[in-house]
Design a protein around this ligand. Structure first.
Ligand code: PSU
Ligand code: MN
Length: 303
């Protein structure tokens, strides 16, 4: 069976012209945000990337085909679809064989971006080590993928619903560079500062681009994780969001939420508990990440 990889007309042209492309995931659309903000955000994020001179490629599996770039109608259909699978490394191939429709997580989007030759990917926040990991072993496949697929992932850190010190430890063990863009602090998604230092700081995108190329020359697998804090005017400071996150985690335990459902449940709960303020911050940070990712893609294309 040949891999059903379908490029949108726009991405097909961009590839021919050697233009910088930024991959975008689709789990944010199907599981991370409610309608209609999910579609509005997806379109706004694509617009941010175009504004910086790059081309956005939102990735999803539609009826068993890996789509690299979704046109507006397909994006709208996905945003409205019910019962879409949330695909990661483990279930991507089976979803293709079963002709299923599924959104791609960070892990699955990295795999598809690598297959499409796209080296830069923007998301909100990666998955990581969950707080109860010592008991339930819940560690996102995103971390392992960062160690395997050579794709730069630009994000606002790992979500504050996670155990961030353990997440950093696992990334270190896996040899994933965690690069703070113009910051010494690890951002925590809705907040600019997790209270943890970032392992490396870089102030210019060119340096991130050069390190990416050097890592390839050295035969090092895996990507770089670029973390960038959201704007101060958009953030919810960590002491404010912390009790809300704790309450959401308690609720997840009480409702017996497990596996793939945990992260979507917590995000929805936290958005609700903050009267949408967390959702507004989530939208702002994804747009911010997309801008930086586009500039990195431009720098890589010029290098
Ligand atoms: N960033 C967001 N919202 C999201 C996600 C990232 O702003 O919903 C998704 C990504 O697809 C990420 C997933 O891979 O959450 C993590 O899921 P899990 O914890 O089950 O691995
Ligand atoms: Mn998990």
């Amino acid at each position: 069976m040949t891999l059903p990889l379908i490029y949108s007309a726009e991405i097909d042209q961009a590839r021919r012209d050697g233009r910088p492309i930024v991959a975008l995931e689709s789990t944010i659309i199907t599981h991370g945000m409610p309608a209609p903000q999910n579609l509005d955000t997806a379109l706004a994020v694509e617009a941010e990337i175009r504004d910086q001179g790059a081309v956005p490629a939102t990735i999803a599996v539609l009826d068993g085909a890996v789509r690299i770039g979704l046109d507006r109608d397909r994006l709208a259909d996905l945003a409205a679809a019910q019962a879409v699978r949330k695909l990661s490394r483990a279930d991507l191939a089976h979803a293709i064989v079963a002709r299923a429709t599924g959104s791609t997580t960070v892990a699955a989007t990295m795999i598809c971006a690598r297959l499409a030759g796209i080296a830069v990917f923007a998301t909100g926040g990666i998955g990581g080590v969950h707080r109860g990991a010592a008991e339930d072993f819940d560690i996102s496949a995103d971390l392992h993928e960062l160690a395997r697929s050579r794709v730069n992932v630009v994000c606002a850190g790992a979500k504050a619903i996670l155990d961030l010190p353990k997440t950093l430890e696992v990334l270190e063990t896996l040899g994933v560079p965690v690069i703070g863009y113009r910051t010494d602090r690890l951002p925590a998604f809705w907040s600019r500062d997790s209270g943890l230092a970032v392992p490396m700081r870089v102030d210019h995108v060119d340096e991130i681009a050069r390190a990416h190329m050097l890592r390839a020359d050295m035969g090092l697998e895996g990507g770089q994780l670029v973390v960038v804090p959201l704007d101060p005017s958009d953030e919810i400071p960590s002491d404010e969001i912390a009790p809300i996150v704790d309450a959401a985690i308690d609720a997840a335990a009480k409702h017996n939420i497990r596996g793939k459902e945990v992260t979507p449940f917590l995000l929805a709960r936290i958005a609700e508990a903050t009267q949408g303020r967390a959702l507004a911050a989530n939208i702002a940070l994804i747009r911010n990440n997309a801008r930086l990712a586009a500039r990195l893609a431009v720098a890589l294309a010029a290098a």
